[in-house]
Design a protein around this ligand. Structure first.
Ligand code: BG6
Length: 491
């Protein structure tokens, strides 16, 4: 089975931070894949911009390196690579002074009427300045968009300041805030599952759902990202954005349509309905952890403090939270959220656990009746499993078994799962903002997160230690077991 490829209209995409890590690792490879599939057509151009005084040839060598490193060999079609590289060019622009802006304008003036997107793949501290220059150089046309990415602030106040700086130059409908989790196939599938099937919606509420779990586990540590990560920690790095976005997609009311504002209005209502976790509640409803040396995927690994070279850091590399959504649909249904670095495996999933049956007709010898669970697996091995009770096959009497009705996407569809950035960048060109965060969403998420961070700050406690290669501190298990539930284990 193959998916339908619809070419996008011709565009100019200007990538600030064009030689940086995000451009090399994600943006250039994503664009190559879309080019390979014939979705980028005509004279569409990708203009990389950075401070470095590179010649066009030097830049192309860098872009080629990105393709060699991040595109599997079997997808590197020599003809496609050549025609893709022909779309690329480079302009050296110092974003803090006038140099280079004129050259960029001359270039963009070749096609004043096409879609023009500015991707700010740079540190957020530069967003304001770059936008100001884009504005004052006269680069904004009717079809101009700007793309920014997290971290959008480190708290509500700084997020507002950043949004104000970008909003001074661009209208809200021109601003595309990426949360790359929203571009993941299975995350979009969550919407298909909920709203393209009549089966789930009638039971998608507190009357039938006991609780929800959202786990985003990574086996990697912070590695060389320590200096950034230490100012952030798991709450800001993963919960404020990716995990809360997942929670929104699980908990939101059916939007009127897939229209960007219809979807985002519903997500916003969820964020605003999250019950605040302040002061003492933070102690009861959250757990923080920090990994110590232990086992990584390829052998022994150092602890966070050793990697960081700072023994005093209180930054959490693991967080578990018991969140509740205060509205009619979800009253009394806990959402257990957890994320961490250096977990035993990379594994992200949403588990919707249904209520137990009201009465068992089976004899004790048949075994217990476990609850139904819908497991939406985001990565790796994307797919959906519905855990059901069945009769153990065979003539040996009535014995019950909990087994999954298993749909692995890799087995069901013979198409490669595109990287989130492929979908998201082309959505920017199409002008479809459904999978991007609106300003009010980002700020509502901070409004919920800020008091938790503040409560942690006030207690001054250090995060609980957990050994690399384990599922976080024991307190995380206690958090859910206190309520008579357990973290889902697929094995
Ligand atoms: C990023 C975080 O937003 O998401 C990283 O800053 C994290 O710390 C990454 O590793 C996880 O993304 P993915 O797509 O690999 O699950």
């Amino acid at each position: 089975m193959s998916s339908q490829i619809i070419p996008v209209e011709e565009f100019d995409l200007v990538v600030f931070g064009g030689t940086g890590d995000l451009a090399q690792r994600k943006i250039i490879p994503a664009l190559y894949h879309r080019h390979l599939d014939g979705q980028i057509v005509g004279t569409s151009r990708i203009i990389a911009v950075s401070r470095k005084p590179l010649s066009p040839k030097e830049y192309l060598t860098k872009a080629k390196e990105a393709l060699e490193e991040f595109i599997p060999k079997e997808d590197r079609d020599p003809k496609a690579v050549k025609t893709f590289l022909e779309r690329l060019s480079y302009v050296a622009v110092d974003v803090t002074d006038d140099a280079g802006w004129k050259e960029l304008k001359t270039k963009l003036d070749d096609f004043p009427d096409r879609v023009r997107a500015f991707y700010l793949a740079v540190a957020p501290s530069l967003f304001g300045q770059i936008c100001e220059y884009i504005g004052k150089t006269g680069l904004i046309t009717d079809k101009t968009r700007v793309v920014i990415e997290k971290p959008i602030g480190k708290d509500l106040a700084s997020a507002k300041a950043l949004n104000d700086a970008v909003g001074k130059v661009f209208r809200e409908d021109q601003i595309y805030r990426i949360d790359h989790y929203l571009g993941k196939e299975t995350v979009q599938n969550l919407m298909a599952l909920r709203f393209a099937n009549a089966l789930f919606e009638p039971i998608w509420n507190a009357a039938h759902i006991d609780h929800v779990q959202i786990t985003v586990a990574e086996s990697i540590g912070v590695g060389s990202r320590g200096p950034y990560y230490d100012t952030s920690g798991a709450m800001r790095d993963m919960v404020q954005n990716h995990i809360l976005q997942l929670l929104c997609l699980v908990a939101m009311e059916p939007p009127m349509s897939m229209n960007a504002d219809a979807v985002r209005d519903e997500k916003l209502k969820v964020l605003r309905s999250l019950d605040p976790i302040t002061g003492e509640k933070a102690e009861k409803q959250t757990v923080r952890g920090q990994y110590t040396s232990g086992a990584g995927p390829e052998g022994a690994v150092p602890g966070y403090l050793e990697e960081l070279g700072d023994t005093t850091s209180k930054t959490a590399t693991f967080v578990a939270v018991k969140a509740t959504v205060g509205n009619w649909r979800w009253a009394g249904v806990p959402f257990y959220l957890r994320t961490g670095k250096r977990m035993p495996q990379r594994s992200s999933e949403i588990v919707v656990s249904f209520r137990p049956i009201p009465h068992s007709i089976f004899e004790t010898g048949a075994g217990g009746v476990a609850e139904n669970r819908l497991v939406i697996r985001l990565q790796p091995d994307e797919g959906v499993k519905l855990w059901l009770m069945i009769k153990d096959p065979g003539p040996g009497g009535m014995r019950l078994r909990h087994v999954p009705l298993d749909m692995s996407f890799a087995d069901a569809f013979e198409v490669r799962s595109p990287d989130a950035y492929e979908r998201l960048i082309l959505d920017v060109i199409r002008g479809n903002a459904t999978l991007f965060m609106r300003r009010d969403e980002v700020e509502a998420a901070w409004e919920w997160v800020d008091p938790i961070l503040q409560a942690w700050e006030e207690t001054g406690d250090t995060p609980k230690k957990y050994t690399a290669g384990t599922w976080g501190p024991a307190a995380s298990v206690a958090l859910i077991e206190r309520d008579g539930r357990t973290w889902h284990d697929d094995d």
